[in-house]
Design a protein around this ligand. Structure first.
Ligand code: ASP
Length: 442
């Protein structure tokens, strides 16, 4: 069988929280015959305050591991699945699976095994509902003995297996180690499975169905009703995610980015919405908006160092960075002037670490002045359009100045797709809104 125009569709927990949601997913899958491989999460929250099945499983297993009675908790999990099955009206009996799982809990099969059953059981339901083959992820998603993901082995096994299944459901979130033990990815890891399946089937697109209509241009907790992003490149997404935006984990981006496959973030509750397209590259951009998004983070400190004729001193920068490296600390930015150098680092440093860094630099570099300043927030304005649209930086700075905010630091990476400004933490929200309003007409 040839892989042609395949769409891999992953559905998140809220998209599969109950029978009604599963039927929405079914309608979406059946609306396009190219949607041949389906990766489900475990049932998520049905309403605010509800508990995700994965969390129920972790709790249930915790009791089992402590040798306590877990039958009440286990029955609640069974109940969730049995209600879904009954409401869907499908002919499926999971009692053998329940028994096996309960037995494995008693024999302490591990919390990864426990958590993975959420996706496993939901996968069986999805497969039955759709009439697709069920492909247990333990057979095709492989981890090394040390628990890290074995990308190449998985790709070989999985792409071979998929050629034998015209249509299949592959549960998300888990795989197995060489000795057969079940291993999960980090929380939210069904996204990773979807991406791996997309790579293995050389999919034309990886559709990630969730409960939002794509990524937003700014954090809705900071900006009122921000617009959705239509198209974003992997590189732009990386810049925005680094600043805390975006909902996809790095690991879930890697397999598809590596294979040049676009991701489409879609909304199960609004299937008509285009959502956000994440693409390897594109030259085009919205010339009205220029920027793709704005994001930021608080909690940074700056180590300011001044020394007359610093620019002529060979090895100065290296010695400064070595002092920071010795503390096992990474630096975020390194804006520098002729006689000044600033190192932006996270504020989590202990007092002792700060003291050791200052002592080491003082001894090695003999600066005229050296001090830490706290309370810095970083704001990143990201947009591939900035490379060609002149005056973007001027607009960013003008917007910040008009909002009466002092800029403490400016940094533009060599890729020219982002401008990063450092401001006082108290001005954070105001700055994000000022920049958003400058570029997006409300
Ligand atoms: N069910 C798992 C979790 O809650 C994985 C996922 O939903 O992606 O983290």
């Amino acid at each position: 069988m040839e892989f042609q125009n395949i769409k891999v569709v992953k559905f998140g927990g809220t998209s599969l929280a109950d029978a009604k949601q599963l039927l929405k997913a079914k309608a979406i899958i059946e609306a396009d015959p190219a949607r041949r491989y389906v990766v489900p999460s475990a049932p998520g929250k049905r309403f605010a305050g509800d508990i995700k099945v994965t969390d129920m499983l972790y709790e249930c297993y915790r009791l089992a591991a402590e040798g306590e009675d877990f039958s009440k908790e286990f029955n609640q999990i069974k109940e969730r699945y049995d209600t879904i099955i009954a409401e869907l009206g499908i002919d499926l009996d999971l009692s053998e699976d329940y028994e096996k799982i309960q037995g494995a809990f008693k024999y302490h099969a591990g919390s990864d095994y426990a958590a993975s059953r959420g996706e496993y059981l939901n996968g069986k339901i999805m497969a039955k509902l759709l009439g697709y083959d069920f492909l247990d992820a333990a057979k095709v998603i492989k981890f090394y003995d040390n628990g890290t993901f074995d990308a190449e082995k998985t790709n070989i096994i999985l792409s071979d297996r998929l050629t034998r299944h015209e249509r299949a459901v592959i549960p998300g979130f888990y795989g197995s180690m060489p000795n057969g033990t079940i291993k999960t990815f980090a929380r939210g890891g069904s996204d990773v499975t979807g991406s791996i399946v997309a790579r293995a089937s050389s999919a034309a697109i990886y559709e990630n169905w969730t409960d939002v209509s794509g990524f937003l241009m700014a954090d809705p907790r900071l900006v009122k009703d921000p617009c959705a992003i239509d198209t974003i490149t992997y590189q732009e997404l990386r810049e925005l995610s680094y600043m805390g935006a975006g909902e996809l984990h790095e690991d879930s981006i890697f397999p598809v980015r590596f294979a040049g496959i676009p991701i489409n973030i879609r909304n199960t509750n609004d299937p008509e919405a285009r959502g956000t397209m994440i693409v390897p590259t594109t030259e085009s951009f919205d010339s009205e908006r220029v920027i793709t998004g704005v994001a930021g983070k608080k909690g940074f400190s700056v180590l300011n160092i001044e020394k007359d004729k610093m620019n002529a001193e060979i090895g100065f920068g290296r010695k400064v960075l070595e002092a920071i490296e010795e503390e096992g600390v990474t630096f975020e930015h390194l804006p520098s002037g002729i006689d000044t150098m600033s190192v932006v680092i996270s504020s989590d440093l202990t007092k002792k670490q700060r003291k050791r860094i200052i002592n080491s630099i003082s001894a090695e570099c003999e600066p005229d002045k050296i001090c830490f300043e706290d309370g810095l927030a970083l704001v990143a304005v990201v947009g591939r359009g900035m490379v060609s649209a002149k005056g973007t930086a001027a607009r960013v700075f003008k917007a910040i100045a008009n909002a009466d905010i002092n800029i403490r630091m400016i940094d533009q990476g060599s890729s020219e797709i982002s401008i990063i400004v450092g401001i006082n933490e108290k001005d954070f929200e105001k700055a994000i809104n000022a920049i958003y309003d400058e570029f997006i007409k409300r």
